[in-house]
Design a protein around this ligand. Structure first.
Ligand code: ADE
Length: 244
């Protein structure tokens, strides 16, 4: 899968080039093409922005350099603008993009807004949350990271994404490793028992409990099985609280 990024700051993208994604990049399992759209300006000062029509503070990113940069790509695939007013990015969106396997092109703004006509060049406008960053580079890196790690063959251990937070609409269960007793804090007995059925049940219960305690909103969006409903009743009793 190839990811194109149109940005004024290609140097910001080094975090994607280390660790697991960096290794996969080196191994040619995916491709990152950073395009500086300032290279597509033709005036002496290489301006990419201008003052807004109608007046007002700040500058606005022009449509032409971005359109030319997009047109320079052999296959842009799905074109995504990162902006706070976009649709909220989440695990399901990452999974859809990973499953589709289509190349992606991200357009990153910086400091200022885009000329409205830039939005016409994109298939989707996507936000990572209700806060405003100085540019689209960090959101783009988050979205690339969350998506690429779900593409089969990118992560070393292909089993791990299936069991993690959000993939079943629940938060992750607690994990432990050696030592079994750390300064009096003991690993739950069941995890040392070797009883795989019991361990699976305990983990399921703990996932549901963590979700109910920390992200009850996720349970409203998820249909619970009969077994989970019974677990939830126990959790509520155990924690002395009732409905969220
Ligand atoms: N650019 C600036 N803030 C952003 C956000 N929250 N999400 C996506 N792009 C952005």
């Amino acid at each position: 899968m190839k990811i194109n990024v149109l940005t004024l700051f290609p140097d910001m993208f080094s975090p994607l080039q280390v660790s697991m994604l960096g290794r996969a990049l080196e191994d040619g399992k995916w491709d990152l093409n950073l395009v500086n759209f300032r290279d597509f300006t033709h005036d002496v000062h290489h301006h990419v922005d201008d003052t807004p029509y109608g007046g007002g503070a700040g500058m606005v990113l022009q449509v032409k350099p971005i359109k030319l940069a997009l047109e320079s790509l052999a296959n842009p695939g799905k074109v995504i603008i990162t902006a706070p007013q976009g649709q909220r990015f989440d695990q399901q969106m990452a999974q859809r993009w990973a499953d589709a396997g289509e190349d992606l092109t991200f357009i990153c703004g910086h400091y200022e807004g885009f000329d409205q006509r830039v939005y016409e060049l994109a298939d989707e406008t996507v936000s990572i949350g209700d806060y405003v960053l100085t540019g689209g580079e960090l959101p783009t890196m988050s979205m690339i990271d969350a998506t690429m790690r779900l593409v089969p063959g990118i992560l070393g251990n292909s089993a791990s994404p299936v069991e993690e937070s959000f993939s079943h609409g629940l938060l992750e269960y607690p994990q432990y490793t050696r030592p079994a007793d750390f300064e009096g804090q003991k690993v739950p007995e069941v995890l040392l028992s070797g009883n795989h059925q019991k361990i699976a049940e305990w983990r399921h219960y703990q996932s549901l409990k963590a979700t109910w305690l920390h992200r009850p909103d996720l349970l409203k969006e998820r249909k619970l099985s009969k077994e989970e409903q019974m677990m939830l009743d126990d959790i509520k009793q155990e924690s002395g609280q009732d409905a969220f």
